[in-house]
Design a protein around this ligand. Structure first.
Ligand SMILES: *Cc1c(COP(=O)(O)O)cnc(C)c1O
Length: 854
């Protein structure tokens, strides 16, 4: 018997008394998760149940006994608390925002943000790590700033795995089911009440999907779901697990997210003019947008592509090629064959879009390359990662100098309200006012941190540490009970850690490059450090390894085993099942956050930023965001950013640097107390950290940069290219074809600079050039000089582009140009002439092979 066929389905929702209806409204808007009063409201309902449901208010409201709810009705304190939070939500949703105030002209901007994962709260487990948390924080800040944005993702039935450790310390995975009806999700329905659904073609299969919505403040997040009876078991599985399948599963998930996502939005009447791909997973979306334009406007692929490129933003997060999706051509053929043929592309043309060198048949189809070729706005997630990305992908733009590639950087941030402890937030409000809540990018406000009395700052942070120790003991006890430890072993959990001693946190994905065990390199020395009788140290670890990553699991096992040794038993703890809740406790309670990536493999890192907001300090390798954050007085750098060829040697050097820093600087600073018990030097360092890091490393700053550097310009270009039946897009594509045909005629005949023997800094050097343009009109080229200081190999580094002006036509098709080089710096200089096509509306246009250097 097939039970799924005979089952009649129905959904039971709690019957809330009218007086408590507000609870439902608040529970269904994830805004509550960054509003302390709302969190307190739910905690107040039933603290035990609150914990058991993983802080899931929707589930909790469903479980609460009707009698409890009836009782609350007459609890005046509760009712007025509820009314206050309800009003706050209304106020939040209607208040004037940053975007209203600054960019009120752009009423028609509509951004769609696509991501494979979103980390919004531990109760909605559809994230795995950094990428998802960033996406979640992006939506929250977009909501705070009032940005017209929607999110698009997948709704996984099992999400990412949950972790527990067996008695040996070996990671075990389990996959609890997400019950969508007990989560803050609405199924999108059409006017007649039937669920909205759309279809996709996947290798000849029709796959149907539903659309759910999670509300994140003002921002809707649409989540796609293929777990429908109409679909085959394999297709139902597309939305079962995040990063759980093979390549075949991965490409289907990416097609669903990207192509399905665009269709889902269209179905709901949402037609974004700017689409943002968070990592290459969503790159196919640009094809779907191109396809729609081709159909609607009767455009060719090359024409529609120009328009879509203008309105598409791409953020890359991965500094190594191996970390990026590459699909073999037969898989591309299987799933995208019909699709690219419908766009009028040949197999070679399409495969070329996924290769750095389109003609190289040995390159597999890379999603990041596809994304870079289909977007006009691309970035890495820290300055260093921007540089690394330009190096990685420079072959896509073979004729441009690296620092001028159209691939910039916007450094990540965190949504501070989601990560701040309640006590810390209160302290900041007391001394800084509330301005930092509305605009955390105002450095002036953060300077007021100096007004906080040292003792208060110290005690507030100590509170966080005490919380962490409590929490860790509780969790550890539960962990031990689960694996059947003896009563004696379980009793030890009550004695691990100490609320008064220097606490180091280390939590992250256990990928080998993050070097989770660097701190354990010399266990003898570590044992001396942690067990010092006057100045002890303790360490809290957490993190998951990908289920297929045996090396990562081995690292976890090493830590767990070490923590079982008598000498480390009280000082080293590994917390299972790292998620946003564990993360919050850690970042709010640790004194020092340790980060040991192998430079430059940590694209940004964000945990350290969460720690900084909470008054903890960072000790990190100079990689990712810390290259920008570290100022010498606001935390510690492990090494100076050296990269050695020998990995063992690098590990040796850097682990020694960690021990040295601990022994010579960090431990003494923490324990050097005044007569009042307060470590003045430490608190000074914490204040410097708050003042220097908080204004910069929030997602408010980050999302503002995305808006101003990318979304608004992308929107403008998109409008331009799409006006009047896409005339300009058509014109641009045709113009490019013409230039391509004529470009071989362009020739640099002469370049001359008036160089004297010795040039003083500040001198302006005139440059003239004679360029033969052939049939290309003068106004359709741009001549520049690329100019700057030479490095030891004679290459220009960090050069600037100086435009030359046409002065006269010498004879038929031959023109002279003139400009001035401003020598502001001393040293050996060099310059090169560069000629590129220039479009009358869009300015200088880069196309591979359409650049002439001389
Ligand atoms: C912040 C966070 C991350 C990302 O941490 P990184 O420092 O960027 O590696 C991963 N997982 C969870 C649960 C987090 O809260």
């Amino acid at each position: 018997m097939n039970f799924s066929k005979i089952l009649h389905r129905f959904t039971v929702t709690p019957s809330l008394p009218r007086e408590l209806a507000g609870l439902q409204r608040i529970a269904y808007n994830l805004w509550w998760s960054w509003e302390p009063d709302a969190i307190e409201l739910f905690t107040r309902l039933d603290p035990e149940l609150w914990r058991e449901t993983r802080h899931n208010p929707v589930e909790m409201l469903g479980i609460l006994q009707q009698t409890t709810l009836e009782g609350l009705k007459s609890d005046e304190g509760f009712i007025s608390h509820l009314a206050m939070v309800d009003d706050k939500l209304t106020e939040y949703l209607t208040a004037k925002t940053w975007f209203d105030k600054l960019h009120k002209g752009e009423k028609n901007l509509k951004v769609a943000y696509f991501s494979m994962e979103f980390g919004l709260h531990e109760s909605l487990p559809i994230y795995s790590g950094g990428l998802g948390i960033l996406a979640g924080d992006h939506l929250k800040s977009a909501s705070d700033l009032g940005l017209p944005l929607v999110g698009v993702g997948l709704l996984y039935r099992q999400g990412y795995f949950r972790q527990y450790l067996n008695i040996e310390g070996w990671q075990q995975e389990f996959y609890p089911e997400n019950d969508f009806y007990n989560l803050p999700l609405h199924l999108e329905r059409s006017a007649d009440g039937a669920p909205l659904s759309f279809e996709l073609d996947l290798a000849g299969n029709r796959v149907k999907a539903h659309i759910w919505r999670a509300q994140v403040g003002r921002i809707p997040l649409f989540l796609l779901d293929t777990n429908l009876e109409e679909n085959s078991p394999e297709d139902r599985n597309i939305t079962t697990r995040l990063y759980g399948g093979d390549q075949d599963m991965r490409i289907r998930q990416e097609i669903l997210l990207a192509i399905g996502g665009v269709r889902a939005l269209h179905l709901m009447g949402i037609d974004p003019n700017v689409c943002h791909m968070n990592e290459g997973h969503a790159a196919f979306l640009a094809l779907e947008r191109t396809s729609i334009l081709m159909e609607d406007r009767k455009l060719k692929f090359s024409e529609a592509r120009e328009a879509v490129k203008a309105g598409t933003v791409f953020t890359t997060h991965t500094p190594v090629e191996a970390g990026i999706d590459h699909f073999p051509s037969d898989l591309i053929e299987k799933y995208m064959g019909r699709y690219y043929r419908s766009l009028g592309l040949s197999r070679e043309e399409f495969l070329g879009l996924g290769r750095q060198n389109p003609k190289n048949p040995h390159e597999t189809f890379c999603m990041a390359v596809l994304a870079l070729k289909l977007t006009g706005h691309a970035n890495g997630v820290s300055q260093l990662h921007g540089e690394v990305s330009r190096k990685m992908w420079k072959n896509i733009w073979p004729d441009l100098p690296e620092e001028h590639l159209p691939l910039t950087s916007i450094t990540n941030g965190v949504h501070n309200k989601s990560w701040l402890s309640r006590e810390m937030a209160r302290l900041l409000i007391r001394y800084l006012g509330t301005r930092w809540l509305e605009d955390p990018t105002d450095a002036g406000v953060w300077r007021r941190v100096s007004r906080i009395p040292d003792g208060e700052l110290w005690r507030t942070h100590k509170h966080g540490r005490e919380h962490l120790v409590d929490y860790a003991r509780k969790r550890l006890k539960e962990q031990l009970c689960q694996v059947g430890a003896t009563a004696k072993e379980i009793a030890v959990a009550d004695e691990v850690l100490d609320p008064d001693i220097l606490t180091i946190g280390f939590a992250r994905r256990f990928a080998t490059y993050k070097r989770g065990t660097l701190l354990l390199h010399d266990t003898e020395r570590l044992a001396r450090i942690v067990n010092d009788s006057l100045r002890p140290v303790q360490i809290v670890f957490a993190g998951k390894a990908h289920p297929a990553d045996h090396q990562g699991k081995e690292l976890i096992r090493q830590i767990v085993r070490l923590s079982h040794q008598e000498r480390f038993r009280h000082r080293i703890v590994f917390l299972e099942d790292y998620d946003m809740s564990v993360a919050r406790h850690l970042v709010q309670g640790v004194d020092v956050w340790l980060n040991t990536p192998l430079r430059p493999l940590e694209a940004s890192g964000t945990s350290g930023m969460k720690v900084a907001f909470n008054g903890g300090l960072n000790m990190s390798v100079l990689d990712g965001w810390w290259c920008e954050g570290y100022r010498g007085n606001n935390g510690w750098a492990i090494g100076r950013g050296e990269v050695y060829d020998d990995l063992d040697y690098q590990n040796e050097v850097e682990s020694r640097a960690i021990y040295d820093l601990l022994e010579k600087e960090i431990v003494p600073l923490f324990y050097d107390r005044g007569s009042d018990g307060i470590p003045r030097g430490w608190v000074t360092c914490v204040k410097a950290s708050l003042q220097s890091l908080c204004p910069t490393f929030s997602t408010d700053r980050m999302v503002q940069q995305y808006a101003e550097n990318f979304y608004l310009p992308a929107y403008e270009q998109w409008q331009k290219l799409n006006r009047k039946e896409s005339l300009l897009a058509r014109d641009l594509a045709q113009w490019k074809e013409k230039i391509q045909r004529l470009w071989h005629q362009v020739r640099i005949d002469e370049v001359e600079a008036e160089l004297t023997q010795e040039i003083m800094a500040g001198t302006k050097i005139p440059v003239t050039a004679r360029i033969f343009l052939g049939e290309i009109p003068l106004q359709e080229i741009a001549a520049d000089v690329y100019f700057g200081v030479l490095d030891s190999r004679g290459a220009i580094v960090g050069g600037e582009i100086v435009p030359l002006e046409p002065v006269s036509e010498i004879d038929d098709g031959s023109h002279s140009f003139r400009g001035e080089l401003d020598c502001r710096f001393c040293g050996r200089h060099g310059f090169m002439l560069r000629v590129m096509p220039r479009h009358h509306e869009l300015g200088t246009v880069y196309e591979p092979k359409l650049v002439l250097w001389g």
